[in-house]
Design a protein around this ligand. Structure first.
Ligand SMILES: [Zn+2]
Length: 176
C-alpha cells in the first residue's frame, strides 16, 4: 500500500467511518450524496491532466482537506493545475477533448502552448484534436459569434495545425 493511500485511508477513518470505506480493490466509496456522476471513485484509473497532458493514477489527483477528500475538485500532481474531479474522470476521446478545450475560456493562456502541443502530438491525438478544434472554430465563425478569448493566438493555432497536417502527410507518404 502506498503511503498516500494509507494517508487517505487514515483520513477517511478519522472522518466519518460510517460514510466512507475502502473496498478490497482499493476503491473509495461513499454513501449518500456525491457531486460526480459515478458513485465511486476509481483510485487506480489512469487519467490525464488537460493542462499538461501527463498521466497519473486518479488517486494522485485527489485533494484532501479538513472535511476529507474533495468530491468536486482535483489537482494535477505534476503541474498543480486545479480542475473539476468530473473533468479528470471523463473518458476523453480527442474530439470530446477538443470540444472541452474549445469551450474552456482562457485555456491556452493557462498552458505553455509549445509544450502542450508537443505533448498532444506524443499522445497521438493531434490530428483528431485539431480537426475537431478547427471545425468548431469554423462553425462558430459561420454563426457570426465573435471570437472567444479562448484562443492562445489564432495565428499560432493555425500554424500549429498546418504544420501538423504537413507532418502527417509526410508520415503517410513515408510509410507508403
Ligand atoms: Zn497537469
Amino acid at each position: 500500500m502506498s503511503s498516500k493511500r494509507k494517508y487517505l485511508r487514515e483520513q477517511l477513518a478519522e472522518g466519518d467511518i460510517s460514510q466512507a470505506r475502502f473496498t478490497a480493490a482499493g476503491d473509495f466509496q461513499r454513501k449518500g450524496q456525491i457531486k460526480i456522476a459515478a458513485s465511486e471513485i476509481p483510485l487506480d484509473k489512469e487519467v490525464f491532466c488537460p493542462f499538461c497532458l501527463k498521466t497519473n493514477r486518479l488517486q494522485r489527483f485527489l485533494i484532501s482537506g479538513k472535511k476529507g477528500i474533495s468530491q468536486s475538485r482535483a489537482e494535477c500532481p505534476e503541474c498543480h493545475s486545479g480542475m473539476l474531479l468530473r473533468t479528470v474522470l471523463k473518458d476523453w476521446a480527442p474530439q470530446s477533448f477538443a470540444e472541452w478545450v474549445f469551450n474552456y475560456k482562457g485555456f491556452f493562456r493557462k498552458v505553455d502552448f509549445e509544450v502542450w502541443k508537443k505533448a498532444l502530438s506524443e499522445k497521438g491525438w493531434a490530428q483528431s484534436f485539431w480537426d475537431r478544434y478547427k471545425q468548431l472554430k469554423a462553425d462558430k465563425q459561420e454563426f457570426g459569434v465573435s471570437e472567444s478569448e479562448n484562443t492562445h493566438s489564432e495565428s499560432e493555432i493555425d500554424e500549429a495545425y498546418e504544420a501538423m497536417c504537413r507532418n502527417s502527410e509526410k508520415e503517410a507518404a513515408g510509410s507508403a
